[in-house]
Design a protein around this ligand. Structure first.
Ligand SMILES: C[S@@+](CC[C@H](N)C(=O)[O-])C[C@H]1O[C@@H](n2cnc3c(N)ncnc32)[C@H](O)[C@@H]1O
Length: 266
């Protein structure tokens, strides 16, 4: 299990996440998620591992009535950006810096909890799901998304990094996709006491218009820069060759698949 400190993110890393990863993946995933979810009018909603608030903002835009939305995340650097991007709505919004296993929130206080691309990073997944169960009202729902296949882009990136940089860098590129077995997630949810109301998939089509900028915006940037510009060019050529089947009019359009679970707390 990775230590919790593996997920401490600097201000610069949080900013890069918001500027590159959110528009590329997390905002489109949030839109697709909220399209599939019935948001409870006047509901109390918790966004766990909310990051810079990609999903929280979409929930705030679509939540009917006058509700309360709490975004909780381990990293204050992510929450600072989330707070700075939040605009006024009818709803009360609170940002909470907390590990998922020790939420400073009352029991039975939320109608809906969401985890968008967070579960795979929690070192103690049963404890995380139990803590969310504690804060949900009886009859409340948990909506969970988690990548269900390694994206062809990350696979190409990892292969290129393994050749030109090293195995550690390749492993970093695959890390967000490391926990993707739907049966294991189903069992974890059931063992924590939830019933599965829905298990479906979401397929995003991710566009790579500027491969260099998009690759250098990733957490492996430093590993690549340490090898020098010539190696970065080799990595980019290698990725482009591997992604050739996804080329359309000078752009790579690459599918990225997520599990979409809705589970209920009895
Ligand atoms: C890939 S990001 C997803 C963020 C956000 N849900 C989104 O869709 O943009 C993963 C998030 O999980 C958070 N995280 C990782 N471990 C955590 C933990 N143990 N407790 C709470 N948050 C955690 C990180 O700080 C990061 O913001």
């Amino acid at each position: 299990m990775p230590p919790i400190d593996a997920f401490r993110l600097s201000d610069a890393a949080a900013r890069k996440y918001q500027d590159h990863s959110v528009p590329a993946m997390f905002a489109p995933l949030a839109e697709a998620t909220v399209e599939r979810l019935e948001l409870p009018a006047d509901g109390h909603i918790l966004d766990v591992a909310c990051g810079t608030g990609a999903l929280t903002r979409v929930i705030l835009q679509h939540l009917p009535g006058k509700g309360r939305v709490v975004g909780a995340d381990l990293n204050q650097s992510m929450l600072d950006i989330a707070q700075s991007l939040t605009t006024q709505t009818n709803h009360r919004v609170d940002w909470v810096a907390s590990d998922v296993t020790a939420l400073p929130l009352d029991a039975h206080s939320f109608d809906l909890a969401c985890i968008q691309q967070g579960l795979q990073f929690f070192p103690d997944k049963p404890a995380a799901l139990a803590e969310i169960y504690r804060v949900l009202k009886p009859g409340g729902r948990l909506c969970l998304t988690c990548w269900r296949a390694i994206s062809p882009f990350n696979d190409a990136l990892a292969e290129a990094l393994a050749i030109h940089v090293g195995d550690d860098a390749a492993q970093k590129a695959r890390a967000p996709f490391s926990f993707r077995d739907g049966d294991i997630i189903t069992n974890l949810l059931r063992q924590a006491g939830y019933s599965i109301a829905l298990h479906d998939g979401i397929i995003l089509q991710r566009r790579f218009e500027d491969l260099r900028a998009q690759v250098l915006a990733l957490p492996v940037e430093q590993d690549m820069r340490e090898k020098g510009e010539a190696v970065i060019d080799l990595i980019l050529d290698d990725i482009s060759t591997r992604l050739a089947p996804y080329a359309q009019d000078g752009v790579f359009i690459v599918p990225q698949e997520a599990h979409f679970f809705v589970a209920t707390r009895p």
